[in-house]
Structure formats: C-alpha cells, structure tokens
Design a protein around this ligand. Structure first.
Ligand code: GMT
Length: 379
C-alpha cells in the first residue's frame, strides 16, 4: 500500500490560480489519505468544509511601531519550523516563489541546524517568475530558493523555459501541469441562470480574472463590443481588481452597459461558466491559464491570446482559437466565427471538454505523489 504522508502546503489563500491549485491539490491529497497542513495568512478561499485529515495553521504578523513593513516572510518561516517540528511533517510543498520558496528555504536551514531534514518542493506559477521574479530586487533570492529546493515544478513547459531564461538556475525543473477536478463540477439550475442573464436567448461570453493589467480586460470589452454589434450577446465579468473601473468606463463610452454584467468576486465561478458560450482570455502573459481550463471543463470554448502556456492548454481550431496579444479585431472575428454556427460551436464545446479531461486531477495527482516519493526516497 502507498505510504501516507504528512504534507505542509503553503500558498496564497486568496482568489487566483496559484491559490486554487494549492488548495485543490491539498484537498485531493487529503481524499487519498494523506494528512495535509495548510500554512497561510487566512483560510484558503476554496478550502470549504474542514475534513478530518486537513489542518489549517494561520500565520499572524504582529504589528509593531518599528515595522514600516511587517516581516511576513520571517513569521511564515518560523511558523513553518514550528509546524514541521510539532506535527512531524514529511515535507513542505510551497506554491509561488515569492515569498513562499525563500521562507521555506530559511525554515529548512533552521531545521537542519537542529538535525531535522525538511524536503522542500517549490511549484512556480507564473507571475512569480515572469513579472515579479525577474525584477532585480527579487532575483538573487528567488534564484537561490529555486536552486536550494529539493524539487521544483513549473505549471507549463513555457514557464519552465522562462525560468531558465530569467534566472541563474542550475537544476532540473519538472513540468507538472495544472489540473481540474472534473467530477466536482456540477451545473445547478443551468436553464434558470441562463434566462436570468440572457432572457432573450442572447449568446453569453464570460471573462474571469483578477483584473490586473496583465489580463487586458479592456481588450475583453473591445472584443465584446465588436461581437455585440453583429449579434445579440451578453458579457459576464467575474472577479475584481485594479482595472475594473477602466473596464466599466469603457463600457459606458461604447454604450454597451446594458449588455455587460460585472458580477464581482464569486467563490465558485462554475455557475457563470455553466451558462457560457465562449470564454475570453486576451492576456498579455499567462503561464498556464487555469481559468481557461476551468471554462473548457464546463464545455466552454476559449478565445485567447497565444502567449506563454496558453497554447499548451487551448488548441487553436479545436477547443477555441488564439490570436496575438492586443489583436482585438482577430479575437472578435474568431468569436463571431464560433458563435455564428450552432453546429460548429457544439463541436468546439465537446472538444473543449475532452481536452480538459486530459488535465483531470486523477491524471496529475499521481505525478505529485511520485515526486514526493522520489524526494523522500520512498520506493
Ligand atoms: O494570473 C494571475 O495574475 C494570478 C496568478 C496566480 O499566481 O495565482 O496566476 C498564475 O498562476 C496560475 C496557476 O498556476 C496560472 O494558471 C496563471 O496562468 C498564472 N498567471 C500568469 O502567468 C499571468
């Protein structure tokens, strides 16, 4: 029988791909009988009900007048040391390099001094490498943390190559793609929800993101305006963030507000996806595009850019279509091409779902378990 492990998981508990992956991975490992300890500053959004073999350790940084910047990384490292020692963890799996990987390496060094070996597995997610990490103010520490981890994974081949390009890396990085829990996707009240958003049978386009500039939400509005000019359609925006105000202003300027619904942050985007005909993801950069995979799992074809890891997920002409970053004309043309022919759209929907199944959790989870076993030298 496979050995059950005690695993510490560290990630961002908020909305966002890396936090979703860390949380869903922990839940799936717990379902397989491993004991999971989440170490984060608040309870992960997707954690849901607590389970017998899931524990959550909160990292609290106390306020002190001397601190202009609260030292979260030090408190996190100390918490890691404490949890590893007293819960007798076998390993730590940290998601997102900044500051989780560097805090884990500090914890590893503290524990080594006490004769405790702490294997650290680091998973790179994207913005930690392609946006923040390459900043000179982070680079040396991130390179060090990656080189000192016992194993490193990247969520796509594209991110793996970017990491080698941008950092001084002298070790192997394994690609373990993101995954989806296909079984857990259910679509309650689909017809009712569809009627609520598109009462006259309009096509529904959806965008989900954190509205950071890298997501190019203004391009989403521009694409939608071109589609809507030619057919009845509604756009659902799910999420919130810095560029939401600009997106709202552009909708007003283009006089399309009646057909654009800003839903804000929702815990589970499946409901919006379950009624969607197309998913729009015109990102500037995207190491994987978990939101696109979630859409595909809900049978929604994806109109995206061809940047980063997106071509590893979205298949042009099969599960959706891809264009160069910023080419809103082409993305609008592609959207209209899919939406204007029911038979074609149905074929793309089917293929999107089939492709998503290739990333189902039961295919990806064993890859993480094998990595844990190899680091722990369990045969
Ligand atoms: O996209 C973001 O801004 C959030 C970011 C995160 O850390 O949560 O997402 C990154 O990690 C996801 C999970 O691995 C990937 O699916 C996203 O493509 C990646 N985002 C970028 O590379 C911009």
């Amino acid at each position: 029988m496979a050995q059950k492990l005690k695993i510490g998981i560290v990630g961002y508990p908020t909305y966002g791909g890396s936090g979703v992956v860390a949380t869903e991975l922990g839940k799936a490992l717990a379902d397989k009988g491993h004991e999971i300890h989440f170490i984060t500053y608040s309870q992960p959004v997707r954690l849901g009900a607590m389970k017998k073999n899931i524990r959550y350790h909160e990292v609290n940084v106390s306020d002190y007048p001397l601190f202009l910047y609260p030292p979260y990384e030090l408190v996190l490292a100390s918490k890691m040391v404490d949890v590893v020692k007293y819960e007798k963890l076998d390993l730590l799996h940290v998601h997102y390099a900044i500051p989780h990987a560097s805090a884990a390496i500090t914890a590893k060094q503290v524990l080594a001094d006490e004769g405790i070996n702490l294997p650290v597995i680091t998973t790179l997610h994207g913005t930690d490498i392609t946006l923040l990490g390459k900043d000179a103010s982070f680079e040396p520490v991130i390179s060090f943390a990656i080189n000192k981890s016992d194993a490193v994974t990247a969520v796509s081949q594209s991110l793996r190559l970017d990491t080698y390009k941008l950092f001084g890396i002298n070790r192997e990085i394994e690609v373990i793609p993101n995954f989806i829990n296909i079984e857990k996707l259910d679509f309650p009240n689909k017809e009712e929800t569809r009627k609520e958003y598109a009462p006259n049978g309009e096509k529904i386009l959806v965008h989900i993101s954190n509205f950071r500039p890298v997501k190019r939400v203004l391009d989403v509005v521009e694409i939608f305006a071109r589609v809507r000019a030619e057919m009845p359609a509604k756009l659902l925006f799910v999420g919130d963030g810095p560029d939401r105000t600009k997106a709202e202003a552009l909708c007003r300027e283009l006089k399309i507000c009646d057909d654009v619904i800003f839903l804000g942050s929702v815990k589970n985007p499946t409901e919006a996806l379950s009624v969607a005909d197309l998913f729009l993801l015109p990102s500037e950069s995207e190491s994987f595009g978990l939101a696109a995979l979630e859409a595909m799992a809900c049978e929604v074809p994806v109109i995206s850019t061809n940047t980063g890891g997106l071509p590893e997920v979205n298949r042009h002409g099969v599960t959706g279509m891809m264009s160069h970053v910023g080419d809103v004309e082409d993305m609008a043309k592609n959207a209209k091409y899919l939406l204007s022919d029911e038979t074609r759209l149905a074929k793309f929907k089917l293929k999107a779902r089939e492709r998503a199944i290739e990333f189902s959790i039961d295919k990806i989870l064993p890859q993480y378990e094998a990595l844990y076993n190899s680091v722990l030298e369990i045969v």
